[in-house]
Write a protein that binds this ligand. Structure first.
Ligand SMILES: Cc1cc2nc3c(=O)[nH]c(=O)nc-3n(C[C@H](O)[C@H](O)[C@H](O)COP(=O)(O)OP(=O)(O)OC[C@H]3O[C@@H](n4cnc5c(N)ncnc54)[C@H](O)[C@@H]3O)c2cc1C
Length: 325
């Protein structure tokens, strides 16, 4: 049994058959994994889902305005709907299990969990997502979702005519600053060093924006507010002097995502950002191994994109299993 939003519910797992070989093991239970599970189960693929939690990043998202079909929905509400649909189907779920090692043994996939359990399947889908890197400064946790955001694509429209800060100096930070400059009144772009981003169109676009003020060579010291964010204090990366207190309504932390891939190191190709490299069909290049969602090198990280990749992966698995017969 697991605790799920305060309720107790039974995990649909027969204890006596903890370890038969399934046709597909889906690792994760975010939008990519759930969509893949729905598609796979409807194709009568024998699916086992193994995940640390239910819902992934969506479960911690305050409000969503860009998932088609819902003008506005909270993250937990969307997770509830996804899970409700998944639970109509015959999908064995092992929730609360963190996979620490995934290997390919004699053409099958064997996963070992932190609690010492072992699961195996003929094919596997890695849908373990990513987590946004945090600043680790006072106020960040307190104002998460109350002005502190990790996703400009998701939250920029909430800051129309406001003053915001973007933290970071890479492509995602400059892209966020540019996007926000078209919505907000003023954008501070805070980076610890010179930008490392594409000259065109990003650096050129940011330089051409009259309402972006670059603050280069500074780090965030603290985020302050009352009910919601009211300001941010920055200090020079080196030395003690020259602190600045900026009055802002929001802070976008754009210092990168950390994909959850450590358990698959050595099994699958991973790029410099730690993302699993897949082709446009979500195939990893290792027979029977697919990856979908934020854990992959897909260019943008969004719920609808993760779900779409999950669907593609399930179809790829179906073809793989057909050929394997
Ligand atoms: C604060 C915030 C707000 C966002 N707002 C929006 C928005 O408004 N709109 C939008 O489209 N997108 C938004 N996003 C992005 C969106 O949440 C992600 O793109 C999406 O959740 C990715 O789905 P996923 O299934 O790939 O991964 P995730 O949602 O990250 O799910 C990964 C799953 O894998 C499991 N897992 C991880 N490692 C292991 C392991 N070793 N063993 C077993 N299980 C494991 C996790 O427990 C989880 O269940 C937001 C993200 C954040 C952080």
């Amino acid at each position: 049994m697991i605790r799920y939003w305060g309720k107790i519910r039974k995990v649909r797992c027969k204890p006596e058959v903890m370890n038969p070989e399934h046709e597909l093991m889906i690792i994760g239970c975010g939008p990519a994994a759930i969509t893949a599970a729905i598609y796979a189960a409807r194709k009568r693929i024998d699916v086992q889902m193994v995940s640390e939690d239910i819902g992934g990043q969506v479960a911690t998202t305050f409000g969503i305005e860009n998932y088609p079909g819902f003008r506005y929905i909270t993250g937990p509400e969307l997770v509830e709907k996804l899970v409700e649909q998944m639970n109509q189907l015959d999908i064995e779920q092992q929730i609360g299990e963190k996979i620490t090692k995934l290997s390919r043994v004699d053409g099958s996939y064997v996963a070992v969990t932190g609690s010492g359990k072992e699961f195996s399947a003929q094919s596997a889908l890695i849908a373990t997502g990513a987590y946004p890197r945090e600043l680790g400064v006072p106020g960040e946790e307190k104002y998460r979702g109350k002005g502190v955001s990790y996703c400009a694509t998701c939250d920029a429209p909430l800051f129309a005519d406001a003053t915001v800060a973007v933290v970071g100096g890479g492509n995602s930070a400059l892209s966020a600053a540019f996007e926000l400059s078209r919505i907000a009144r003023k954008v501070y772009l805070i980076s610890r060093r010179q930008w490392r981003a594409d000259e065109a169109p990003l650096i050129e676009g940011v330089k051409a924006s009259t309402n972006i003020e670059p603050i280069i060579g500074y780090v965030v010291e603290q985020i302050a507010g009352e009910e919601v964010v009211k300001g941010v204090t920055v200090k020079p990366r080196e030395g003690n002097g020259g602190r600045r207190s900026l009055t802002v309504d929001g802070i976008f932390v754009e210092i990168g995502l950390q994909p959850n891939t450590s358990f698959a190191e050595g099994l699958v190709a991973i790029n410099d950002f730690g993302e699993i490299i897949v082709d446009c069909d979500t195939f990893t290049g290792v027979p029977g191994l697919f990856a979908a969602g934020d854990v992959t090198n897909v260019k943008d990280k969004q719920i609808v994109i993760a779900a779409g990749q999950g669907a593609l992966a399930a179809m790829g698995v179906f073809e793989y299993l057909l050929k394997r017969r």
